[in-house]
Design a protein around this ligand. Structure first.
Ligand code: NAD
Length: 240
């Protein structure tokens, strides 16, 4: 049996793909307040502005490509049973070849009902020749079509599934997240007390005091290469 790895990734994972993090200068996020484009109140106030914002991000995403970090994680499926829990709404893990990806905060390439965003019957993937959600466009239930994104103040339907994955894992690896957005940040507490935790980030990130965390202070691409070596040194993670 292959050892089970749970990964928690955030915006920093995609930074080297040119897909900017929240706090990057000059990114689309900087010119639009979060309350306007990432809350249900913002949607109700101006659905067209919100759709236009995500239409712009989606266009950036189709031009972006997975980076070496994404690709190395996909290759690790040869040696480990990997589940990636990502806060990212991009599809760069999948495009790199990872097969088990849980999107906690939704998926930019999808659109859904604005009455019940989690209703699977009305979640659609936007094809490359119809990337934009257009003004007045409707979901299958007749409500306005909206981006399939979990906004601030909305429930995170997959958090329970993610916590189960972390608690069943033989190691937890955290990459490129400031651990500032809950409930995702709390997943670190779901790791069993005896399993190693690794964290890759070029900047300092606050971690729980009661857990030893192996910190790799580097960007995702080089950090994942370092991680692969570090995992080889962990006796508890050798395949049986
Ligand atoms: P964050 O912006 O709060 O934190 C990003 C972290 O990445 C920081 O700790 C930073 O030091 C680190 N970082 C920067 N460059 C890096 C690199 N090259 N390699 C590794 N780490 C790097 O992001 P967050 O914690 O994910 O929370 C922000 C929220 O914004 C999430 O909920 C997410 O849904 C959303 N978001 C998603 C995307 C995306 O889909 N790619 C982009 C921006 C924001």
């Amino acid at each position: 049996m292959k050892p089970k790895l749970a990964l928690l990734t955030g915006a920093g994972m995609s930074a080297e793909s040119g897909f900017s993090t929240f706090r990057d200068k000059g990114g689309l996020w900087e010119t639009h307040p979060v309350e306007q484009v990432a809350t249900p109140e913002g949607w109700r106030a101006d659905p067209e502005l919100v759709n236009n914002f995500y239409n712009g991000l989606r266009r950036q995403l189709v031009d972006a490509a997975p980076n070496a970090g994404h690709r190395l994680l996909a290759e690790m499926e040869r040696d480990y049973e990997m589940t990636i829990i990502t806060q990212n709404v991009d599809d760069l893990h999948e495009r790199a070849g990872s097969t088990h990806v849980i999107h906690l905060h939704g998926e930019l390439m999808k659109a859904c009902s604005s009455t019940d965003p989690a209703d699977p019957r009305h979640i659609v993937t936007l094809p490359l020749d119809h990337l934009d959600i257009r003004p007045g466009e409707r979901a299958g239930d007749g409500s306005l079509l909206r981006p399939f994104i979990v906004w601030f103040g909305e429930p995170v339907p997959l958090i329970g599934t993610a916590a189960e994955v972390v608690s069943a894992a033989d190691a937890l690896i955290v990459i490129g997240t400031s651990l500032a957005v809950y409930p995702a940040a709390g997943l670190i507490h779901a790791a069993r007390p005896d399993v190693p935790i690794f964290l890759i980030d070029p900047n300092e990130v606050g971690t729980p005091r009661d857990r030893h965390v192996h910190v790799i202070r580097d960007v995702a691409s080089r950090g994942v290469a370092t991680l692969i070596e570090a995992l080889r040194q962990q006796p508890s993670l050798h395949s049986s």
